[in-house]
Design a protein around this ligand. Structure first.
Ligand SMILES: [Zn+2]
Length: 58
């Protein structure tokens, strides 16, 4: 899913095992989807590694 995140939260999601990819575009003032604060950040595509369907073994 697409999320607006501040830098610490994007790193936090990566540390939590999520796949986080920054979308093209400059950093700007966003409302972070994780901590809910108005901070400097960017839009990220966040994917759960252990969620949804399993594509392995095809
Ligand atoms: Zn945040």
């Amino acid at each position: 899913m697409k999320k607006a995140l501040c830098k610490p939260c994007s790193l936090g999601l990566i540390a939590a095992g999520m796949k986080v990819k920054q979308l093209p575009g400059k950093a700007e003032k966003i409302t972070c989807a994780e901590c809910g604060r108005r901070r400097f950040g960017a839009e990220y595509e966040v994917t759960e590694k252990n969620g949804g369907r399993t594509d392995e073994g095809v």
